[in-house]
Design a protein around this ligand. Structure first.
Ligand code: ATP
Length: 431
C-alpha cells in the first residue's frame, strides 16, 4: 500500500494511539508518548505475553527490577566496554550516522559527501546519582532488562528453590542513546522490553532454543501479526552480540523494509559466570549435588516494535458506501476497544437512557468499552473502524419494544439483532 507508514503515523496521532514526545516543545528525537488507545493496546500485548509465558506456566518467575543499577553490573556484563555502535560523521555537513545503516558505505545519507573514520559510540545513557558530582556517582539507565534478571537470580533461587530448567521474566523500560532514531516507534531511545532468561543445563540448550522459537512464533500468530511478513534470520557469527553464541532474529516486513522485530539468543553461561553466580544441581542421575553455572536461552521482545508490527498488520482499506474507509482489523482480544455503545439519536432521552444501561452492563464486564454518541451513526462507525473496534452496538426504537440491539461487525459491515441478555455472551465467545 502506498504511503502506508504516513497513514499509520497520522492515524496513530489523530486517534490517540501514539503522539510524538514533548510535542508542544517541538518534540524530542527518539521519544514517543502513548495515548489512551496506545496504552490499551500495549496492555493487551503485555497481558497476552504474560499469560502465555508466565502465568500459565509453573516454571517462570517474574521480577520488576530497578532501572538504575549498580554501575558494576554494566562493567561485568560487558556493556561499558562493548555496547556500542560505529559512529561516522559526514566530512562536509557534519551530520552523524550509524555506519552500518548508511544507504551507501562511506557516503553521507544526506549530502553524499564522504564520511570520516568510524569510532565506537557507547549507547548507554549515563547520569549522576545523589548530590555529589564525582565519577563515583555515575550510573546508567539500563539498556536491556536482562541484567535486572541476573542480579536477582540468587534471590529467586533462595526464595523459591526452582529446579532446572526454569525461567525468569521481566517487562520494563530500556534506554539506548541510538545514533539515528527513526522509523516512528521502530527505533526509539526509550522503549519497553519483555524478556525471559531461561536457565538450562549446558547440554540442553539447543532443545530449548528450538522450543522457544516455536513458542515465540505461536504467540506472534496468537496476537494477530501478519505471519506472511515474519521471517527468521540466523545472525552470522561476525554480527553476534558480545554475549551470544547463536541468535535467531525474527524480522518483520515493515513499510520501510524488513527489519528486526524480536531476538532469540543463546547467551551461554556468559552472564551468570561473569556475575559469579552458581546453581546447586541435584539432578537425580548424578551422585549427590553439583555446583554448575546454568546456560541461558533468551527470548527478547520489544513492546513498541510489537505495536508497530500490529498496526502494520491490521491497517486495511476498502470501499464502503462509495467511500474509501480505513480500518484496523485487530484480533478482537487485542483491540483497544472491544465494543462501542451508542443511542441511535442523541436527542431522544429514552434511547440515551436505555443505551446508558447497555453501556454500563458491557463496561462492567469488559472494561474496554466506549460510549460514542458523536455525529451521525455513519460517522461513529467510521471512527470505530479506524481504531479497530470489532463491534458497534446501537440502541434504537425497536430496542424500547423488544430489548434487542443492533450489533454491527467491523470487517464485513453487516448487522444483526441481538437480545440485550445475550450481548455479553455474544462478545465473550469471540474474544
Ligand atoms: P537493532 O539491531 O535493531 O538495533 P538489537 O539487535 O540491538 O536491535 P536487542 O539488543 O536484541 O536489539 O534488543 C531486543 C529487542 O528490543 C529487539 O528485538 C527490539 O524488539 C527491542 N529494541 C531494541 N532496540 C530498540 C529501539 N531502539 N527501539 C525500540 N525497540 C528496540
Amino acid at each position: 500500500m502506498e504511503n502506508l507508514m504516513e497513514k499509520i503515523i497520522s492515524l496513530a496521532k489523530r486517534r490517540g494511539f501514539v503522539y510524538p514526545g514533548s510535542d508542544i516543545y517541538g518534540g524530542l528525537a527518539g521519544t514517543y508518548d502513548y495515548g489512551p488507545l496506545g496504552v490499551a493496546l500495549k496492555n493487551n500485548v503485555k497481558e497476552s505475553w504474560r499469560k502465555k509465558f508466565v502465568s500459565s506456566r509453573s516454571d517462570m518467575y517474574e521480577v520488576d527490577a530497578a532501572i538504575i543499577m549498580n554501575p558494576k553490573v554494566w562493567e561485568v556484563s560487558g556493556h561499558v566496554g562493548g555496547f556500542s555502535d560505529p559512529l561516522v560523521e559526514c566530512t562536509k555537513c557534519k551530520r552523524r550516522f550509524r555506519e552500518d545503516t548508511l544507504k551507501e558505505k562511506g557516503k553521507c545519507d544526506e549530502c553524499g559527501s564522504p564520511t570520516g573514520e568510524a569510532r565506537q559510540f557507547n549507547m548507554m545513557f549515563a547520569t549522576q546519582i545523589g548530590a555529589v558530582e564525582d565519577s563515583s556517582a555515575k550510573v546508567y539507565l539500563r539498556p536491556e532488562t536482562a541484567q535486572g534478571i541476573f542480579v536477582n537470580f540468587k534471590n529467586i533461587v533462595d526464595s523459591f528453590h526452582p529446579k532446572l530448567p526454569f525461567g525468569m521474566a521481566q517487562i520494563g523500560k530500556a534506554f539506548r542513546n541510538e545514533i539515528t532514531p527513526r522509523d516512528f516507534i521502530f527505533r526509539v531511545r526509550e522503549f519497553e522490553q519483555m524478556e525471559i532468561e531461561y536457565f538450562v543445563r549446558a547440554a540442553d540448550w539447543e532443545k530449548y532454543f528450538e522450543y522457544f522459537k516455536a513458542e515465540m512464533l505461536a504467540w506472534m500468530e496468537e496476537i494477530g501479526l501478519d505471519m506472511g511478513k515474519v521471517h527468521e534470520l540466523n545472525v552470522a557469527d561476525a554480527d553476534l552480540a558480545h554475549y551470544s553464541k547463536r541468535t535467531t532474529d525474527f524480522e518483520f516486513e515493515y513499510p520501510f523494509g524488513q527489519k528486526e522485530l524480536y531476538g532469540l539468543a543463546y547467551r551461554t553461561d556468559f552472564d551468570l559466570k561473569n556475575h559469579g553466580l552458581e546453581y546447586v544441581d541435584d539432578l537425580p542421575a548424578q551422585a549427590g549435588e553439583a555446583k554448575i553455572v546454568p546456560h541461558i536461552i533468551e527470548p527478547s521482545l520489544g513492546v513498541d516494535r510489537t505495536i508497530l508490527a500490529l498496526l502494520c498488520s491490521a491497517y486495511a482499506e476498502d470501499e464502503k458506501d462509495g467511500e474509501v474507509r480505513s480500518y484496523l482489523k485487530f484480533a478482537p482480544h487485542m483491540a483497544p476497544v472491544v465494543c462501542a455503545v451508542s443511542p441511535l439519536l442523541k436527542n431522544k432521552p429514552e434511547l440515551v437512557d436505555k443505551a446508558r444501561i447497555v453501556y454500563g452492563m458491557m463496561k462492567a464486564e469488559f472494561g474496554r468499552v466506549m460510549w460514542d454518541d458523536n455525529g451521525n451513526i455513519g460517522k461513529r462507525y467510521r471512527r470505530q473502524d479506524e481504531i479497530g473496534t470489532p463491534w458497534c452496538i446501537v440502541v434504537d426504537f425497536d430496542t424500547l419494544e423488544d430489548d434487542t440491539v443492533t450489533v454491527r461487525d467491523r470487517d464485513s459491515g453487516s448487522q444483526e439483532r441481538i437480545h440485550i441478555n445475550q450481548l455479553i455472551q455474544y462478545v465473550q465467545e469471540k474474544i
